[in-house]
Design a binder for this molecule. Structure first.
Ligand code: ADP
Length: 556
């Protein structure tokens, strides 16, 4: 029996052969390393085999254990790739040829302690022979295999060369596997990003036209399940649409189908933000901005196309609201303007009438009064429009000053009484108001404007006249909460409209065409009240009347 371990050339060659066959068939790093370590341990009588791999994904490059048999928990799992501090590592990093220490406790070696230090921390004192196979792939150091033997070892230069080939082969395979895994991870990461995008994204293969990837948003936009969509040709949704068409025969096909954008990208052309609509199988439509681009390899080979669909429902809605508003606004402005021009004509006629002709003097008064009230209405509309644009730009400023709220109510009553003959506007104050008064730091002008708006509505939407009550109450104990209300006995409001009343441009669809308005009054009122830290809501019964409530906090 030998007191040292040696490896025959034929066994080493057989190992290399098995290596070439077994290792390269996998792209899984762990599987490759396990097979490699098993093949080595079949021919090397080791007490321990450890396969380290370099990890350059961290800010500081590391070496970490891929596989080890048997597992030795005390062995460092991760070591910094710092060859200057680890002599064995520095040998592997500097030279790709296998490195062998025949006997770490060689009695003839002049400095055995130094030898042990050389291999630390990769081995311990139980090890006699040590073989280190540096794993080099091309110019890159990819790790090392350390075989530790209980007894001294002896290998010919030829055997070491063959083992070196095994190491190179292992390094190349591990490097391919690593590349493959990195690519997969990158793809997964990209997919996660695309999955989270707010736009609909569809990626199509060039040769087959098959949808390779679609994010959930795109499937949602097209009303298709991802399972039906991905893996089918990109024009498949049109077939689904065609089948559903029977039920929606009246549905118009858009001029520009989003699938055209994919076809164009597959023919190498790029499209930027074409506006179109997506027609879903249930007949509903979605306005979208459609962009597409070809996908190419670094050599310029066309591999597919990417399509981006951006939902523009909100923009379209705003555009629609703006257009409706402009139409309404021009109509609303024209009405008082026509009256002003009419009465101005009347005054001209009166002025040019010969003095000899008797003129009813009350005519002058009527004309002047109408011109002034219509001009006021014009100013009111223009102010509302200006306020709306200030709010849009977030520039509605409040000028807060101590204000007697009872005075504000009286002013609103006086202003609005002038505009109607069929309504009786009353002010109701509770005893607490009489006792404590009510002076608050508010923007008097804005609050007056808001209450004018509400009372103006109460008049407008009570076409048959009736009582209108402007009320104020101090609630709770000091500091009170101030409650204001405006109550009418007019048309009332359906309950399902309550949530929309304070939205921009909202007008009841049931309104008679003679009841003009811009649908911005209550929106502005709500903005003014919330900027005073108050709240506004309505209670109403259709056909019986409405009460608008406002609460304001007590402040000094
Ligand atoms: P506008 O009066 O110009 O239409 P507003 O924003 O002031 O716009 O009001 C929005 C809508 O709320 C009105 O169109 C109307 O349908 C409803 N509304 C407001 N006040 C009343 C009220 N007192 N009675 C019935 N409906 C009202």
């Amino acid at each position: 029996m030998h007191d040292y371990f040696s490896l025959q050339t034929s066994t080493a060659l057989e190992l290399l052969h098995k290596f070439i066959q077994a290792v390269h068939s996998s792209l899984d790093t762990l599987q490759i390393s396990t097979v490699a370590v098993r093949l080595f341990s079949e021919v090397l009588d080791t007490r321990m085999l450890t396969l380290y791999q370099t990890d350059t994904t961290q800010s500081q490059p590391l070496l970490h254990i891929l596989t080890q048999v048997p597992l030795e928990p005390r062995c460092p799992q991760i070591v910094p790739l710092a060859p200057e501090h680890l002599p064995l590592l520095s040998k592997a990093v500097q030279n790709p040829t296998p490195y062998l220490i025949a006997d770490l406790r060689d009695p003839y070696d002049p400095a055995p302690v130094e030898l042990v230090e050389l291999v630390a921390p990769f081995t311990d004192r139980k090890t006699r022979g040590l073989l280190c196979l540096p794993l080099w792939c091309g110019e890159a150091f990819g790790g090392m295999l350390i075989a530790q033997f209980k007894i001294p070892i002896c290998m010919t230069a030829h055997v070491l060369t063959i083992l070196g080939s095994c190491g190179r082969h292992l390094a190349t395979t591990l490097s391919h596997a690593h590349l493959h895994q990195t690519t997969l991870q990158e793809r997964l990461r990209l997919r996660e990003v695309l999955d989270q995008m707010p736009e609909g994204i569809i990626i199509t293969e060039a040769t087959s036209g098959i949808v390779q990837y679609a994010n959930p948003v795109s499937a949602n936009m097209l009303h298709l399940s991802l399972a039906d969509f991905v893996g089918a040709p990109y024009y498949h949704p049109l077939d689904v649409l065609q089948q559903a068409r029977g039920q929606h025969a009246e549905q118009q096909q858009p001029l520009f189908l989003w699938t055209f954008a994919v076809s164009r990208a597959l023919s190498g052309k790029t499209l930027h933000g074409v506006e179109t609509v997506v027609v879903r199988p249930d007949g509903t439509q979605l306005p979208v901005l459609c962009s597409s681009a070809p996908l190419r390899t670094s050599q310029g080979l066309l591999t597919g196309a990417i399509l981006i669909l951006q939902d523009i429902t909100l923009q379209k809605q705003l555009e629609y609201e703006r257009n409706t508003f402009l139409t309404l606004a021009s109509h609303e402005l024209r009405t008082p303007l026509t009256a002003v021009l009419g009465y101005a004509d009347l005054l001209n006629e009166i002025a040019s009438t010969p003095q000899s002709d008797p003129i009813d003097p009350s005519l002058l008064g009527i004309a002047a009064q109408n011109i002034s009230s219509q001009a006021e209405q014009l100013a009111f509309l223009i102010d509302a429009m200006l306020d709306l644009s200030s709010l849009d730009c977030d520039q509605l400023m409040l000028h807060i000053e101590p204000t007697n709220i009872v005075d504000v109510l009286k002013q609103v009553q006086a202003t609005q009484t002038k505009t109607t003959e069929r309504h009786c506007i009353r002010i109701v104050l509770d005893d607490q108001v009489h006792a404590h008064g009510c002076t608050l730091p508010v923007d008097a002008q804005r609050l007056t404007q808001a209450l004018n708006n509400i009372v103006n509505n109460a008049i407008k939407y009570s076409p048959n006249g009736g009582d209108i009550e402007i009320g104020m109450r101090l609630e709770g104990q000091p500091p009170f909460q101030i409650r204001l209300w405006v109550k009418d006995h007019g048309l009332g409001i359906a309950q399902d409209e309550f949530p929309h009343l304070f939205e921009r441009f909202y007008r009841s669809p049931k309104l008679d065409a003679s009841l003009s308005g811009l649908g911005i009054g209550l929106y502005l009122v709500k903005q003014v009240i919330t900027r005073h830290d108050g709240q506004i809501w309505v209670e109403s019964i259709e056909g019986k009347g409405s009460t608008f409530f406002i609460t304001l906090p007590w402040k000094t």
